[in-house]
Design a binder for this molecule. Structure first.
Ligand code: FES
Length: 114
């Protein structure tokens, strides 16, 4: 299976995403989490900043949640954004990457700072 590399800053954790898989799903499958709410593109809580690469939304995101200006500036919703290839994302200053399952993280994480 072809995978994509999802690099998360500032922790510098790299996860293996599956084709068509939203970023938040990859995090959770890999034993990680960050701040999220509805998981349906409706609240905007899961905002991150795209540093490198590109994404496509796996489902419709309302412009009331993510404006065209925010999107153009690189803001993405991890519950909707599907990487087009390898991507680098930066969590917001008030957000934290948490390892919620060290067992899963051991098998899915490509590399990380421990
Ligand atoms: S969790 Fe609500 S928009 Fe992503």
């Amino acid at each position: 299976m072809v995978t994509v590399a999802i690099r998360l800053l500032p922790d510098d954790v790299v996860l293996q995403g599956r084709p068509g898989e939203p970023i938040l799903d990859t995090l959770r499958r890999a034993g990680y989490s960050h701040r999220f709410g509805c998981r349906r593109g409706g609240c905007g809580v899961c905002r991150v900043d795209l540093v490198e690469g590109s994404t496509t939304d796996g489902a419709v995101v309302s412009e009331a949640v993510l404006t065209p200006e925010e999107r153009a500036a690189g803001v993405r919703l991890t519950c909707r954004a599907v990487p087009d290839g390898d991507v680098t994302l930066r969590l917001r200053e008030d957000d934290t990457l948490r390892c919620v399952s060290p067992f899963l993280a051991r098998y899915v994480t490509r590399s990380s700072l421990t």
